[in-house]
Design a protein around this ligand. Structure first.
Ligand SMILES: Cc1cc2nc3c(=O)[nH]c(=O)nc-3n(C[C@H](O)[C@H](O)[C@H](O)COP(=O)(O)OP(=O)(O)OC[C@H]3O[C@@H](n4cnc5c(N)ncnc54)[C@H](O)[C@@H]3O)c2cc1C
Length: 388
């Protein structure tokens, strides 16, 4: 069958991005900046990860087991510093980007201050310092001033000033708005199948058909449902979160403990997360999980005991067998960028920068951005080469 542009949306794009979560939207933006004619197709899955995440940009606390992952993450955090104001400028809206850091109180897994908790934080501090990142102990009056609601008895914490946060819902909205301002076509459809044809690659769905010079599949947890891709080891990993209102501590970053994290938002909101559940595509909300999250947080922040959560939601992280995402070329014109599991907000800017040189056959201007032709097995291979 000869491919045709059934959408009637004008000339064939150079690149069609399948999936308009934060990864796909930022990839589309970088491709446009690199001079490509780009379109995005997204089916607005309920439970997509990007609007349902916590928005932590946490390169150290998330990477304690893997230095290479930490370096990649730091690099992407650095890109966020420039991306956040650029997105705000391009979209005309705030994305509530905050660089106050993460605060890690000295606690054991049961929520008690103890020497085991201190040793765990010392390991994180050593990793940060090894990587040239700031990390410092705070205690006493300084800690109380930052978070007056911390339970009495918690007298020490580690501050990681290089960990940031963003309102991921606003960031995804801003990224889409920035594309619309650049006249990028955003289709609403489910792509069911992709296939290479001579000189082009085609995406088909119910009532949708679009040929492009290249396709980048960024379908998050739903990526393996697209026929025509090799079997990709992506599974949905459900995360439930709750939120409280009325928080006004001076510290506007994230508080992390072994049991939960608490992430501030502009306007006095506090997000508490998150469960980690292997439940397929189920998005049902459990009162028990909500109560557990609230109780865990109230054990450290007792003022929450008197409040009711104002929101409870679930999202699906795209999980892989290891913490690494799956980014690269699958065949001549078909590419993938997914599997960012619990770090897709953090890693979105670097992922987005890696794709244009690959798709547009351009020499990357930075060794961090070069992904070799042979991208399988499914990794940020550039990082492996740099750090192995
Ligand atoms: C509770 C929770 C907390 C999290 N907290 C953090 C955090 O603090 N920091 C962090 O860095 N990361 C966090 N994450 C992880 C992060 O949200 C994800 O890694 C990231 O958002 C993945 O982005 P994505 O664009 O790949 O996927 P998604 O955001 O899921 O987007 C995929 C999009 O593709 C569309 N799509 C899928 N298949 C098709 C198709 N066939 N046709 C058309 N469209 C399709 C979907 O509708 C969807 O819009 C969290 C995730 C969850 C669930």
């Amino acid at each position: 069958m000869a491919p045709r542009d059934a959408s009637g949306a004008g000339p064939r794009p150079d690149v069609l991005v399948v999936g308009g979560g934060l990864i796909g939207l930022l990839i589309a933006r970088e491709l446009v900046l690199a001079g490509a004619r780009v379109e995005v197709v997204d089916d607005r899955q309920e439970g997509a990860a990007s609007p349902n995440a916590a928005g932590m940009i946490a390169p150290i606390a998330e990477s304690i087991a893997d230095q290479a992952f930490a370096r990649i993450s730091i690099r992407s955090r650095d890109l966020w510093r420039h991306l956040a104001p650029a997105l705000e400028h391009e979209s005309g809206m705030s994305i509530d980007y905050d660089d106050s850091g993460s605060l890690l109180p000295v606690l054991d897994p049961a929520g008690r201050p103890d020497s085991e908790g201190r040793r765990a934080l010392d390991r994180i501090k050593a990793l940060a310092l090894d990587l040239g990142e700031a990390a410092r102990d705070v205690g006493g009056a300084e800690l109380r001033d930052l978070v007056p609601d911390l339970r009495p008895g918690i007298e020490e914490a580690l501050l990681l000033p290089g960990e940031h946060r963003v309102d991921n819902r606003l960031a995804a909205t801003a990224a889409a708005a920035a594309l619309r301002h650049r006249k990028v076509v955003l289709h609403r459809a489910t792509v069911e199948r992709v296939a290479e044809a001579p000189g082009q690659v085609v995406a088909w769905g119910d009532g949708f058909e679009r040929a492009a010079g290249a396709i980048v599949v960024c379908g998050g947890a739903w990526t393996p449902r697209v026929h025509g891709l090799p079997a990709l080891p992506i599974v949905p990993v459900k995360g439930q979160m709750i939120a409280f209102d009325g928080i006004d501590w001076p510290f506007t970053g994230a508080i992390r403990t072994p049991a939960f994290y608490a992430v501030r938002r502009a306007g006095g909101r506090l997000l508490i997360g998150a469960s980690v559940e292997h439940a397929g595509f189920d998005l049902s909300l459990s009162d028990e999980v909500s109560a557990d999250l609230a109780a865990g947080a109230a054990a450290v922040l007792p003022a929450l005991k008197d409040r009711e959560p104002v929101e409870h939601w679930a999202g699906l992280r795209p999980g892989t067998p290891d913490p690494w995402p799956i980014v690269g070329r699958l065949s001549e014109r078909l590419h993938v960028a997914t599997g960012h599991f619990r770090n897709g907000i953090l890693l979105a800017p670097l992922t987005a920068r890696m794709i244009p040189p690959l798709v547009l056959d351009q020499q990357p201007d930075d060794p961090w951005l070069s992904i070799p032709e042979v991208m399988l097995p499914y990794r940020f291979t550039a990082a492996e080469r740099l750090f192995s």
